[in-house]
Write a protein that binds this ligand. Structure first.
Ligand SMILES: Nc1nc2c(ncn2[C@@H]2O[C@H](COP(=O)(O)OP(=O)(O)OP(=O)(O)O)[C@@H](O)[C@H]2O)c(=O)[nH]1
Ligand SMILES: [Mg+2]
Length: 334
């Protein structure tokens, strides 16, 4: 199935490394039998780090990665030598990954930019060697600090798709067909509801090498906010989309009403969704003549709209222009 590798939730047990112990060494050399303390510091324990990587789109590469364990810091040693730092472990994640404490559900942070690094499990600090504790009154300290212990952090990583345009519509509205028509994505398309069970993303090429990401999500039905159908689980994927493209087929009994139902589902799920720019595409217009289109236009909701057919290509260029114009405006507003 196209996109069956879409993994948007993983649980990983992370453990940082212990800090290395400080050393209690005393210098003993041939002509200096009481050379004083020279024990170096222990090395820092390794961190477990999350790093944003724009080349990843899902969490599939982490699906079987249940444990990530960083290295322990080395002990300090003679001649003020510090112990080696423990090896850090870095987990690469797609942009839009939210890290939560797996036990409390508390959001730890979110990765939104390429190269951004956040520590999930902090490595233990290395202990100070005895050389640090020497003072005028205490010339020969026989103690050094132990390293700090490691920490264990079970985390849940959740992906919110960072698309520019999210497709919102009832099942069968033609969302996947549109995505397939404008991008290289190959979502499954069929003449029955709920063909799409997991989101599909596609890159839409626009003029002059510009492009944007379109997210095709499973159809939303009346009552989705109460958990009906499968829309609810994926509604969170459109929380981050900067534009919502509503799709209602031209043969719908009542375009305005269908649009209102979609709006009300989104609003009941999360009212902030309605702060986004909205566009309406009336889909499957390949059998529509001008007269019928004129009739439909008389009773459309108050939102910028375009008539399209993903089969003949009718209105697709105009749709892309509209999307790009809105994206440009929202980028300027940011
Ligand atoms: N004639 C015509 N048929 C279309 C058009 N777009 C989609 N269809 C048909 O409508 C049916 C549903 O299309 P999909 O793209 O799978 O619809 P969807 O919105 O992704 O549906 P779900 O994944 O179930 O939510 C398929 O049989 C498509 O071939 C169009 O522009 N013209
Ligand atoms: Mg679909």
């Amino acid at each position: 199935m196209a996109g069956s590798s879409f993994v948007d939730y993983v649980k990983i047990f992370c453990r940082s490394g212990n800090g290395g112990a400080g050393s209690r060494h005393f210098r003993r050399e041939k002509f200096e039998p009481k050379g004083g303390p020279d024990g170096g510091d222990g090395g820092r324990g390794g961190h477990v780090i999350l790093r944003g990587n724009q080349n990843y789109w899902t969490l599939i590469h982490l699906k079987y990665q249940r444990h990530v364990i960083a290295g322990h810091g080395g002990s300090g040693s003679r001649s003020r030598s510090s112990g080696a730092s423990g090896e850090d472990k870095t987990i690469e994640v797609p942009l839009g990954t939210v890290a939560k404490d797996a036990e409390t559900g508390e959001v730890l942070f979110e990765i939104t930019t390429h190269g951004e690094e956040r520590i999930v499990a902090q490595g233990g600090r290395g202990g100070l060697g005895n050389v640090n504790f020497k003072s005028s009154t205490h010339q020969a300290p026989r103690y050094a600090q132990p390293g700090e212990p490691s920490v264990e952090v079970p985390v849940v990583l959740e992906l919110k798709v960072l698309a520019d345009v999210g497709l919102v519509g009832f099942p069968n509205a033609g969302k996947s067909t549109l995505l397939a028509a404008v991008s290289a994505a190959k979502p499954e398309i069929a003449d029955y509801p709920f063909t799409t069970l997991i989101p599909n993303l596609g890159i839409v090429e626009y003029r002059d090498y510009k492009s944007f990401v379109m997210a095709d999500i499973p159809g939303i039905i009346e009552g989705a906010h109460e958990g009906k159908g499968i829309g609810l689980r994926f509604l969170r994927h459109i929380e981050r989309n900067s534009i919502l493209l509503f799709m209602v087929p031209s043969d719908s009994e009542d375009i305005r009403k269908e649009y209102q139902i979609l709006i009300s589902e989104l609003q009941q799920f999360n009212p902030e969704l309605l702060d986004k720019k909205r566009l309406l595409a009336i889909s499957k217009t390949d059998f529509l003549d001008d007269e019928l289109q004129g009739e439909l236009e008389k009773d459309l909701p108050d939102v910028p709209y375009v008539f399209i057919s993903s089969v003949t290509g009718y209105g697709i260029a105009q749709l892309k222009d509209m999307i790009w114009k809105e994206l440009e405006t929202s980028m300027l507003e940011r």
